[in-house]
Design a protein around this ligand. Sequence first.
Ligand SMILES: CC(C)(COP(=O)(O)OP(=O)(O)OC[C@H]1O[C@@H](n2cnc3c(N)ncnc32)[C@H](O)[C@@H]1OP(=O)(O)O)[C@@H](O)C(=O)NCCC(=O)NCCS
Length: 152
Amino acid sequence: MNEVIQEMNIFDLIEVMRIEEESFVKKWSMNDFLYELIVNEKAKYFVYKMNNKIIAYIGEWHLEDEIHIANLAVDLNYRKKGIATKLLKATMERANFLNVNIISLEVRLSNINAINLYEKIGFIKTDILENYYEIEDGVRMVYKIAGGINGK
Ligand SMILES: CC(C)(COP(=O)(O)OP(=O)(O)OC[C@H]1O[C@@H](n2cnc3c(N)ncnc32)[C@H](O)[C@@H]1OP(=O)(O)O)[C@@H](O)C(=O)NCCC(=O)NCCS
């Protein structure tokens, strides 16, 4: 099995959109991804490929002092095999390399699978975000980088 994590490009978007559509109630459109890849200078997106097929992706915003996870999804047929964990570990390596203090994200309070995933690799819940997803609450979660630039 050949597995690789690569930067996402616009030619990946057909496959990425297939995964996006099976993964979320409120889905990003092709235009949302195009904006991220072409316009948003802070955005860095990565795909996880197995034998040249896109299985998962993660989107990050590289802000001054943190990496914010904007999107993460794994192909329905490949879940619970540690792939999201691999993508998040790669994000952690980038955070270390960039010397930022935290990795942050928001997730629906009802998304127990994702909350379990984030907690398992060391994220903690910091804030409840009331009505963040229209009628549903969200939760902000943070992973603190040991030895981040300000040691916060
Ligand atoms: C959440 C998601 C990204 C997890 O991806 P994954 O590759 O299946 O996750 P992993 O295999 O790395 O799982 C690691 C841990 O996460 C938790 N987890 C993942 N899926 C779970 C599930 N279905 N039920 C309970 N816990 C789960 C478990 O703690 C798991 O560890 P374990 O396998 O030892 O039990 C995937 O289910 C997905 O794409 N969901 C739809 C999109 C989404 O919700 N994205 C996150 C938005 S914030």
